[in-house]
Design a protein around this ligand. Sequence first.
Ligand code: GDP
Length: 453
Amino acid sequence: MANKSANWFKQAGQAGNSLRRQRLRVGVTGLSGAGKTTFITSLINQLENHQKGLLAQRAPFDRLVSMRWRRDEVKQPFPYLDSLAALSAEPASWPESTADLSRVLLDLRFKPQGLLGKMQGTREISIEILDYPGEWLLDLPLLNLNYGQWCEQMAQWLSQSPRAELAASLRERLQALDPEAAADEAELADLAGQWSAFLQRCRSEAGLSRNQPARFLQPGSDVAAQMLHFVPLLRANQHSQGSTSSWWSVCEARFNYYRDFIVRGFYDEHFRHLDQQVLLVDMLTPMDAGQAALTDLKGAMEAVLESFHYGQNGFLARLLRFRPRIRRLALCATKVDKVGPLQQRAVQQCLEDLMVDRLADVRHGGVEIKGIPLSAIRATRQEGDALVAGLQGKTGWVRYQPGDIPAHLPQSLQVNSPQLLALRPPPGLHRNEPFPHYRMDDLVAWMLKGTRL
Ligand code: GDP
């Protein structure tokens, strides 16, 4: 008997070794302005101050002994100190937005739980966070196209409003190019620049989100500028051909490189290793802007969610040539401090209503989805039924009533917009105090669910 129990303890100890050090890879993404940088800054800050804020009171963080943010040995580190400097300056400003991929490595050490846990010693988990622009996921459909098909698709997009007007003379220039004529590198570089400027106008003037190729707007540091010198040739189609150094062959070669190395490379090198994903969405701004902006957000988020929609038919696995391992997705409406606490869940509900079909697909494909309305850094405080906050670029405080959020998003996508103000960060933020927030503790707890601590 004594022997048997000694063996059992030994086995438990061995299992404990593998339990002791776990690793978790979490992706954080969202379209530009969704709140990624602010979120990651607050996430590190909450964990650094785990003994003080809401985290201190909830399991398993009440057993968290220490947390280390690893500054060195990390490739493309997240600029935590720069973000802190902006937020704690006088006057405070919001940190600079995500424009490239960046990483955070956090080591957490927990006190063991129960008798068995005590025998196995402390538990450690390393969390690797990968922050990347959500726009990069909008390039996923390119994996399914050859250059000629892309030209056909762009010709069709450019024939319709509002892209037709936004492209203006660029469309005529592209239409005038003979795919078989000899390419002129200087002109091609100029045209590619014009194409970027056109995509920029699509985004800022018409609020369009599907702007391809995404790296023309957010190149990232891994792409040589010259590899982005290609444009769609509007007279070409999937049957076109061209001799070496023709417009066709130069543009086709760069398109293929973009598709096979840049787009596929991102999925192969980074996306495929993620265990779970946090997807941040600024739902309030498009609710404020109206129906057209909500329709566009719906289109863009559906395209983003394609990357998480594994389904039974293996379409994505075929495109990517591997089966992604993300099994858990947190979908978060961000900046909900801009409305009253009672309306924050309604903002999240409206977001989930907007994407109801695609979320059902993602769930059906085996990914567990959790909705969490978030404010990474709370810029408002509540006084009665009003909110009090400081405006960006101004001193003093305003007291305002943000207005109602409907319990559900109407199918027409027509909503009375809440009053949204450009708020500055709250004063007095310091690295060694937890930043005020809404539900960051829920989010961090969600991340660790399922790990053996
Ligand atoms: P990114 O482009 O996804 O990295 O987004 P950022 O983190 O840079 O956020 C964009 C802007 O949204 C910031 O400059 C802030 O003005 C605002 N913002 C982000 N998070 C919050 C928040 O929790 N509360 C409020 N009130 N504003 C926020």
